[in-house]
Design a protein around this ligand. Structure first.
Ligand code: ZN
Length: 210
């Protein structure tokens, strides 16, 4: 994914924020009226770049209503406001994923400098990871095929689609079903496939009917 490149006017605003002392870099700066052109450029850039596809749930929502998309800070503003305008910390996500992810910390460590490699993140990162290496979808079933995929599934509540499919009210606390489907995809032998399939079956049988 190509990171946003700020227009000269917007770069002035971004540089002004980044020149502040750390204690002056507040997360609410994002909502200031004078930052609106920067927010708009970020949203427009990533909507075009991602072709209306959410970086977490991979759903495409083609709409002229930009309010349906959220500018997403991969490291949340609450956790590190200083990365608020770092292009590689930005993307767009759907509302549901953004709300589910909230202010959870997705880093594996907290260096002062912007963490710019895949290993710095516990979830599949839109700029540093390839989505298909971590998550595959089968209709509404999200099958994680790596530890990062499994973490993304939990952080962004990607089991919400399965929950609906299985008729479970509210949040699926145990992501076991989707995880086992991931195991099934990764199975290299008939024995592994049978074990994963059995686990999926047990999981489905254990779901209380509503
Ligand atoms: Zn989403």
């Amino acid at each position: 994914m190509t990171p946003v490149e700020y227009t000269p006017e917007n770069k002035v605003l971004v540089d002004a924020f980044e020149a502040l002392l750390p204690e002056q870099q507040l997360k609410d700066y994002w909502g200031h009226d004078d930052v609106e052109p920067v927010r708009a450029q970020i949203k427009d850039h990533y909507i075009a770049e991602q072709q209306y596809v959410c970086v977490y749930c991979n759903r495409q929502i083609v709409t002229a209503n930009k309010a349906l998309w959220d500018a997403e800070h991969i490291i949340s503003r609450a956790k590190a406001a200083r990365f608020m305008f770092t292009p590689e910390n930005l993307a767009i996500s759907c509302r549901d994923c953004n709300i589910a992810k909230g202010e959870q910390d997705v880093r594996t460590s907290q260096p002062q400098k912007f963490p710019d490699t895949s290993a710095h993140y516990r979830i599949a990162h839109p700029h540093f990871d390839k989505y298909a290496d971590h998550i595959r979808w089968f209709g509404d079933i999200c099958a994680p095929i790596s530890e990062k995929g499994a973490q993304t599934l939990i952080v962004c509540n990607l089991t919400r689609f399965t929950a609906k499919l299985l008729g479970v009210e509210g949040k699926l606390v145990d992501p076991g079903f989707d995880k086992q489907v991931g195991e099934l995809i990764k199975a290299k032998t008939k024995l592994e496939a049978k074990a994963a399939l059995a686990a999926v079956t047990v999981y489905v049988e254990d779901i209380p009917q509503v």
